[in-house]
Design a binder for this molecule. Sequence first.
Ligand code: MEV
Length: 465
Amino acid sequence: AHAYAARSGRYTSLTRWYKGDDGALVGEIEIPMKVGTVGGPLQSNPTVALNHRLLGATSARELAMVMGTVGLAQNFSAIRALATEGIQQGHMTLHARSVALAAGASPEIFETVVERLIEGGDIKIWKAQEIVVQVKKAMRQEAGSEEPTSNAPRSQGHGKIILLGEHAVVYGSHAIAAPVPLAIEASVQDGDSGSANPGVDLIIPRWGVESRLHKDPAHRDSFQRSLGIVFDKLGLTERSLRIEVFPNVPRGMGLGGSAAMAVAVIRALDQHFKLGHTDDEINALAFECEKVAHGTPSGIDNTVATFGKPLLYRRAHEGQPLLMKPLDLSKPIPLVVGISGKESLTAKTVGGVRAAWQKNPELYENIFRQIDALTLQGVDAVQNYQLERLGDLMNVCHGLLNALRVSSWEIEEMVQICREQGALGAKLTGGGGGGSIIALAPEHPERVIAALRDAGYSGLEVRIG
Ligand code: MEV
C-alpha cells in the first residue's frame, strides 16, 4: 500500500473525501489488496473461519469491499482527529478505554469510568479499578440496594499473595508474603435481645448466605466450622448477633480469603464488645480458624490478613522460633495477579503435598530446601527493587511448585501468557491447584491483563509495599 501511495514518485493519499451532488459526504479509497475467501489461513487458523462466518461475506469481492469500508472509516477518524483535538488526545481516549476494559469495567459503567480516567489524567489500571468500585458503590446507593442492611462499622482482614515460598513454608521453610488491596469486611450488630431463640446469624449478602450458627460444633457445615471457633472461644454462641460479611477477596482463589474473613469477623466482634484484643491475639484466634479450614496451615495467611504488611515468615517448627519480619521495600513492586476462576481448596493441595512427602521425604525435603534458599535470596531482591533477580527467583519457584504437583492447566496457561507478554517472572501463588498466579510486570501490565482476559481469565494490577 505504501509503494502504491508513492507510485507517482510522491507519497500521496489513498483516499479522497468530498461532498457529493446530494450534499452527502463521499469517501473513496483505492488500495491494492489480494483478498481470498478460500484456502490458506482459512483452513489453518480457526479464528479466520469464525470471522468469515460472523461477517457472512459471500465472495472475495464483497470481503474486499468491507475491508475498504473499514479502511475508509479509520482514515476518516484519523483526519477528524487531526483536524480537531489531535491524534494524541484520541490515543489517550483509546488507551483509557483499554485500561477501563482491563480493570473490568462492565458495559453499563464503562463510559463513566473512561471519562473519569481521562479527567483525572492518571490512566492506570489501579486507578480504573478504584473508579469501578466507586461508581458501582454510587450506583448501588442510588438504587437503594447497597449491600449492608446496617450502618454498623466495618472491620477488615487483608487478602494476600505469597511472593515466594508457599507449601515449603508448611514444613518450616521461609516464605515472603504481602497484602493485596482487597479486603474482607465484617460488621456486628446486636440481634433482637428479647428473642425466644437467640443465636448468631451469619450473613454474606453477595454469596446469598444466611445461616444461623449451630451451637453444637458437630452439626456445623464446613463454612460455619472455621468461623464457629471464634464464637466458641469468645463465649458468644448464646448471644443474639447479626454478623454481616462483605467478601471483596474472591473465594477459593489462593488470595487468603478464609484468613481475611476470620480476621475481619474477629476484629468486628472485638470492636463491638470492646474486648481490646491485640493484633497478636487476633492473629492467634484467626490461626485457630485456619487450622479448621486447612488442617495444617503454616500461619502465614492469617498473619498477613492481620498485620497487612509485606513480611518474611517462618513458622515455629521443630525447635526453631517463629519469624515474622516486616520487609522494608525501597520501592513498591508492580505485580499482576491473574485469577483463574477455578476454585481450589488449599486443604486439598496441602494434603496432596503432605501425602507425597510422607511417601518420599528425602525427595520432597530437597525441594523444600531449594524453595527456602531461593526465598531467602528473594528478600534482598524484594527490598532493593531488583526486579530481574526477583523474576528469575519467581520462575524457578514456580518450577519447584510444579514439581510438588500443585499446579494446574489454568495456572500453567496463565503463567505462559504472562511470560509471553514480557513478565520478568510468573508463578502460582498460595495453595495452587487452580486459584491465582502472580506476574512481575513492571512494563505494560495492561497488556498482560488484556492477554489474560482474552484467554478467559481475569487480572488485577497491584503494587506490593
Ligand atoms: C496458602 O496460602 C499457603 C500454603 O503454603 C499453605 C500455608 O502456608 O498454610 C499453601
